[in-house]
Write a protein that binds this ligand. Structure first.
Ligand code: 0A1
Ligand code: ZN
Length: 889
């Protein structure tokens, strides 16, 4: 790939397709290494083409061409040209039938893109550009076609044959094999095509839509997993009902199917009527699945289902518009999860991911706007920015417009663009029309990269009772634009004022009080200028501003809070998110004290304010347990690294451990009491309150294990032995293997017994691998090198790669960032292997190395050396080339 340097593709070069495909008929004859794909495409010239070209150019990769014909006439090799990425036919009529026969090799397909084998099953992954590995086609999302798909295979090996839409015929084929024909009446781009064949069992249910149509729901799994489908089915039905109630959107086909696959690059895929899921995002039962796992299943099932409208009925014109479907769908699934569980907890979880991982992406060499202007390999742009920041951008529109106008805008968008491939402009225009608001400045969120910084300062005038708040915004330089070139964003800042006894009423100067609202302690300021001042009247005492309630915008907001002000917000503000956020800020300040002492070789001091604040939370039984658990969790090493100017790996790790131990010792009585109180035996449930209770108990256990008390080690051992669910069992195991009290033998016994108990459950074994990869004790790299030799590891399976290599490199900073660079060399070795097998996974694993600029000089050199070694590989995939070359720029 390196000989001809991979080219960038630009949004500004977008042209409408020269040809359209009205109808697509496919016939698959399945075989492990020689699958035959016959296609019949009804093609016509696009009357709206920008630059009508005479020749027909179809995408195609790794296809063995058997034959071609146009209108029934076979083409001789003089009539066409086949390259590694395209088939060109120089002259074609205005309207014609194109037929091709190609051979493909599913068994040899380790990229897991196109048609491939996973264990005993055939399945497909076509987003973004995988369909071109199945047959010659116009593989772009603005070419939408009706599909008719026939699959022919041995009935004994592949009793189940599935594709999109409705089953219209099945039976015995002339060959003696059996066949099934599926018809999808909804026009779709090729990236939403799917095929599955295998020996699968299913659970079935029905859903009656609001208009009274009965939909058959089926979840297909290997028979050993049939007892792990209930939660996904329940989640699916909840999602279907919720989308009707909240967005007025109803399902359209007569059947909705989900298939669980063990080898899958991403979480899941929204293929029309036939969603394909990574087993990790669909299978769940209490014995094998943690609470986080249950919640992930609920949200991913909902996410893929919601795509049926935001993605499938209205799709993207081109891949630069990816956030049109992904940002909106993540926003919708977050609203859903919040409604099903707890608003505040969901918000805290989402913001933690955003501030830790997306902000890091936005500050690194791969930073890009929510709508990137260019890419080399689109698979590299399924990012936290496109998904999570994209969702925040939709969320800001929701905040600015209000729920009602937002819903009107969404209705308009879906009705106006149903059956079309749309753009981000189309979405914003619908929102503007529905609300009468001008979002022109707001759209800069889609085109400017980087995390804006907002600095707040204030004055209070006691005599006049006025409080003046000044907000100033800026945005750092990112690869596509310098800081000075960036234009101000339109930033909604939800806020309130806190006084001694609680929140104060808000009266903004020059703005009449809103008679419609009974909550006058909350306001959304709109920051649109580089600097703006807001004056509040009738303020009877010097207030503490509570800024960015609910994290109303994806910005870094700075205000010079005193620690006392933070504890006041923590205990008294009306907004749960802000209470948690204040707690995090206080903890960061305390951790920074210790980091400073560590660097300066001074005595360590943990601010008693934090101890007191935690004590108050632990003894207040009226508080929501989930919130208590979240507040007790100190900012992660990843978050501390993100906010650092230069990452001091050792200081961060030391400080966090030191403060944890200090808190565990100072609060041991309260921690023990909370542990005992929440360790009751109750029937298992995944209700928000049951999850909250386990979360608090296990957070507390992670503190108890930091003490020097043998009884606490026994507590963890008992919990591991007696657990009736995976959340408790895994927390017990994690506590033991991280404990400094445990002996090597005790740690080994716990791990061996766990493995023996669960070796047949791939998803549990993955969690066992993650737990080990994350152990921060010395020797982590050697342990991980042993793990990749373990029988449970398989480099061809993305879940295993993520569980060992991914977890180690991003979740175990002290070991990965070893001073001698051995961690970096290990990762480069693995990336070079994966570059050949599965470029998408190889490229994603690179992320921790791309952040080299934030480390000390010594580490910078070592990290760059590892990247250079990867770049020197002669046969580098586009995926890896793009990330390595951009991160070294
Ligand atoms: N569209 C899917 C996820 C997905 C994205 C990219 C893929 O290959 C590059 C595969 C799947 C979703 O958002 O769920
Ligand atoms: Zn999605």
């Amino acid at each position: 790939m390196k000989d001809a340097q991979p080219k960038s593709i630009y949004l500004k070069d977008y042209k409408r397709p020269d040809f359209l495909i009205e109808k697509t008929e496919l016939h698959f004859t399945l075989d492990p290494s020689e699958t035959l794909v016959q296609s019949r495409l009804e093609i016509r010239r696009n009357p709206e083409a920008n630059t009508p070209a005479a020749s027909l150019v179809l995408h195609g990769q790794e296809l063995e061409l058997i034959s071609l014909s146009i209108d029934g006439h076979a083409l001789s090799s003089a009539g066409y040209d086949v390259g590694p990425e395209a088939l060109t036919i120089s002259t074609v009529p205005d309207e014609f039938v194109f037929e091709a026969v190609v051979k493909i090799n599913p068994e040899g397909n380790t990229s897991l893109e196109g048609l491939y084998k996973s264990r005993t099953m055939y399945c497909t992954q076509c987003e973004a550009e995988g369909f071109r590995k199945i047959t010659y086609y116009l593989d772009r999302p603005d070419v939408m076609s009706e599909f008719l798909t026939t699959i022919e295979a041995s009935e004994s090996d592949f009793p189940v044959l599935l594709s999109n839409g409705n089953l219209i015929a099945s039976g015995e084929a002339d060959s003696g094999k059996h066949f099934a024909t599926w018809h999808d009446p909804f026009k779709k781009p090729a990236y939403l095509f799917a095929l599955v064949a295998g020996t699968l069992d299913y659970v079935e249910d029905t859903f009656t839509t609001q208009s009274g149509r009965d939909i058959t729901l089926r979840i297909f799994v290997e028979s050993k997993d049939i007892d792990k489908c209930d939660h996904a089915m329940r989640s699916l039905k909840n999602a279907m009902r919720w989308d009707e109630e909240v967005y007025g959107l109803e399902y359209d086909l007569d059947i909705f199917m989900i298939v669980a696959v063990d080898d899958f690059n991403m979480g899941a895929m929204e293929n029309k009527g036939l969603n394909i899921f990574n087993t990790s995002c669909v299978l769940a039962k209490p014995e094998t699945t943690t609470d986080a796992g249950f919640q992930r299943v609920e949200s991913v099932v909902a996410h893929e289902y919601f795509h049926n409208w935001s993605g499938n009925r209205v799709t993207c014109r081109d891949w630069f518009q990816l956030s049109l479907k992904e940002g909106f769908t993540v926003f919708r699934d977050s609203q859903f999860s919040a409604d099903m569980n707890s608003q505040t907890v969901k918000r805290v979880e989402d913001v933690s991911v955003l501030r830790t991982l997306q902000f890091a992406e936005d500050g690194g060499p791969m930073a890009h706007p929510v709508r990137p202007p260019s890419f080399i390999e689109i698979s590299n742009f399924y990012t936290l920015t496109v998904y999570e920041k994209g969702s925040e951008v939709v969320g800001m529109i929701h905040t600015l417009l209000g729920a009602e106008n937002f819903r009107t805008g969404s209705d308009l968008y879906f009705s106006r663009h149903d059956g079309e491939a749309a753009t981000i402009e189309d979405f914003v225009a619908a929102m503007e029309e529905a609300s009468g608001r001008d979002l022109a400045q707001f759209t800069r969120w889609y085109s400017q990269a980087g995390t804006p910084r907002v600095v707040a300062s204030d004055t209070y005038n006691e005599d006049s009772g006025t409080y003046t708040l000044t907000l100033a915004q800026s945005c750092p330089t990112t690869p596509e634009a310098k800081a000075e070139e960036k234009l101000p964003f339109h930033i909604p800042i939800a806020m309130g004022l806190l006084g001694d006894a609680g929140n104060l009423p808000i009266q903004l100067q020059g703005q009449p009080a809103d008679p419609d609202t009974d909550d006058n302690t909350n306001i959304v300021l709109e920051l649109t200028e580089p600097e703006q001042t807001f004056v509040f009247e009738g303020v009877t005492e010097k207030p503490t501003p509570v800024l960015l309630r609910g994290f109303s915008a994806p910005v870094k907001l700075h205000y010079d809070y005193s620690r006392e002000q933070l504890t006041a917000i923590m205990s008294r503000d009306s907004d749960g998110f802000s209470r948690w956020d204040a707690c995090q800020k206080l903890a960061v300040a305390v951790l920074e004290d210790v980091m400073q002492a560590y660097r300066g070789d001074q005595a360590y001091r943990v601010d008693p304010l934090l101890v007191a604040a935690y004590r108050a939370i632990l003894i207040d039984t009226s508080l929501d347990k989930a919130m208590v658990a979240l507040m007790l969790q100190l900012p992660t090493e990843a978050y501390l690294s993100e906010i650092a100017t230069e990452i001091d790996v050792e200081a961060i790790h030391f400080a966090r451990q030191y403060v944890r131990k200090h808190l565990a010792a100072a609060l041991s009585a309260q921690l023990e009491a909370v542990y005992q109180a929440s360790n009751e035996v109750v029937p298992f449930s995944v209700s928000a309150s049951a999850i909250a209770s386990r979360s608090l108990k296990n957070t507390v256990l992670s503190y108890l294990i930091c003490t020097d008390t043998d009884e606490n080690l026994q507590l963890a051992q008992q919990q591991l032995a007696n657990a009736t669910n995976m959340t408790d069992e895994l927390s017990g195991l994690t506590a033991i293997i991280n404990s400094e009290l445990a002996t090597d033998a005790q740690r080994k016994t716990a791990l061996d017994e766990f493995y023996q108990r669960w070796s047949a459950e791939a998803l549990v074994v993955n969690q066992w691998l993650v737990a080990q990869a994350n152990v921060a004790r010395e020797g982590g790299l050697e342990r991980v090198m042993d793990l990749i030799q373990h029988e449970a590891f398989d480099i061809k399976n993305p879940n295993k790669v993520r569980s060992v290599i991914g977890a180690f490199c991003s979740g175990n900073p002290v070991n990965f960032h070893r001073q001698d660079g051995a961690g970096y060399e290990f990762l480069a070795d693995q990336i070079l292997v994966l570059n050949k097998l599965n470029p998408q996974i190889a490229s994603r694993l690179l992320t921790p190395l791309t952040k080299w600029r934030k480390y000390d000089k010594g580490r910078q050199t070592l990290m760059c050396n590892a990247l250079q070694r990867v770049l020197a590989e002669p046969a580098l995939s586009k995926d890896v080339y793009e990330v390595v070359s951009k991160s070294l720029k």
